[in-house]
Design a protein around this ligand. Structure first.
Ligand SMILES: [Zn+2]
Length: 182
């Protein structure tokens, strides 16, 4: 028996950065951009608001680029405050490094298991797919998917009844497969 589970984002992740106004460390982006064209050069930022005091922070998206070198469809998305573009940029390691930010994905994703089938007396192979690069703990994911406790999942791994080619005890953000032996 094989199944496919999908990790799906439900909203934009929080941006981890220290607020200069109140020392909070979390910002929430609503997908708003600011675009500034000066002569032939263009700058663009993704805006995010401090979750405590509401102060605005700007994440650099485009920096002093020649207007002509920017794809027109990208400009349209920036001007249209496109949520999909915001999600894509936040997941881009280059954007994160440039802005020195990390992301907080807590409560920003869900697991689609395609409904709960009866667990029958056979091995179940599950392919876990990631609709976005969301770092999650496989132990937590598997517990949620089967309705087990985390301790139960840990025990199944220790006993060798839950196996995978990847390490299930850390965090993963890319597709993997595991098998639950019965
Ligand atoms: Zn603040």
């Amino acid at each position: 028996m094989s199944k496919i589970w999908v990790v799906v984002p439900t909203r934009l992740p929080l941006v981890l950065r220290r607020c200069h106004a109140c020392a909070s460390e979390r910002f929430r982006s609503s997908g708003k951009f600011r675009v500034n064209a000066n002569h032939k050069l263009i700058d663009a930022w993704l805006l995010a608001l401090c979750t405590v005091c509401g102060a605005t922070t700007k994440l650099t998206v485009l920096e002093r680029l020649h207007v002509r070198s920017v794809r027109p469809d990208l400009l349209d998305l920036l001007h249209g405050n496109d949520l999909g573009l915001a999600a894509e940029l936040l997941q881009d390691p280059v954007v994160r490094r440039r802005n020195r930010i990390a992301l907080d994905w807590d409560h920003a994703w869900r697991l689609d298991t395609g409904g709960s089938d009866q667990l029958e007396g056979e091995a179940i192979e599950v392919l876990v797919r990631f609709a976005a690069r969301i770092p999650v703990r496989p132990v937590r994911l598997i517990a949620e998917g089967f309705g087990f406790s985390r301790a139960e999942v840990e025990r199944l791994i220790t006993e060798g009844n839950l196996v995978s080619a990847v390490c299930l005890s850390g965090r993963l953000s890319g597709d993997f497969t595991f098998t639950l032996k019965r």
